[in-house]
Design a protein around this ligand. Structure first.
Ligand code: SF4
Ligand code: SF4
Length: 196
């Protein structure tokens, strides 16, 4: 199911010059990094058993000369679900949306549903203290973030949009949300998305 969702997650970044690929430093699980380096040169740096993509020239080395991602078909969850970004808050996870992303206004309910599902599953695979180390470093290097919570983002989109996010969660998670995802939705005040 997750593979299918990954394939369906595609954002039209054509109107952008890859600005998140200058600002962010994506985090990859070992298996996600393996998929990339099996096909293209290795630009990863290890961070406590996980991997980040450093930016020696100020932008991601996988950004091509047209300022587009050259590993679109290989990229990991952190890059796929952007501009949605999960991070640990206490023992649970908070989701934010980067309002500096030019396509955040056109995110579809399907994208939001998949980003919540995949992001929650993905972050759960990192030891919390390792993710916190990464996130502290990320915030230090990116003090100017313009984030809004997914809750506020959805409230601004309105009831119809919210019910479509719920429909997509139900369709793609087979009506059976994991206990972990349920906790994450509660934490983010997204109980309206819970499906039985
Ligand atoms: S996710 Fe947003 S900021 Fe990143 S390249 Fe796409 S449009 Fe640009
Ligand atoms: S891997 Fe692709 S999407 Fe991710 S930061 Fe690099 S260029 Fe951007």
């Amino acid at each position: 199911m997750t593979d299918k969702m990954h394939k369906e997650l595609s954002l039209n970044c054509d109107i952008c010059d890859g600005s998140c690929c200058y600002r962010g430093t994506p985090l990859y699980l070992p298996g996600e990094r393996d998929i990339v380096v099996a096909e293209v040169p290795d630009h990863f740096e290890e961070l406590r058993g996980s991997f980040v993509i450093p930016k020696p020239k100020g932008y991601c080395p996988y950004l091509n000369t047209e300022k587009k991602c050259s590993i679109q078909h290989l990229k990991g969850t952190d890059c796929q679900i952007y501009p949605s970004d999960p991070f640990y808050d206490d023992e649970l996870v908070e989701f934010v949306i980067d309002m500096n992303c030019p396509v955040q206004r056109t995110l579809t309910p399907k994208f939001v549903a998949m980003a919540l599902y995949l992001g929650a599953e993905w972050i759960h695979k990192f030891p919390k203290e390792d993710f916190d180390l990464y996130w502290d470093r990320f915030k230090r290097n990116n003090p100017e973030q313009n984030y809004t919570t997914v809750h506020d983002f959805l409230q601004n989109r309105g009831d119809r949009f919210i019910s479509k996010v719920q429909e997509n969660l139900r369709d793609h998670v087979d009506g059976d949300l994991s206990g972990w995802l349920r906790k994450v939705l509660f934490k983010n005040n997204l109980t309206e998305l819970l499906v039985s």
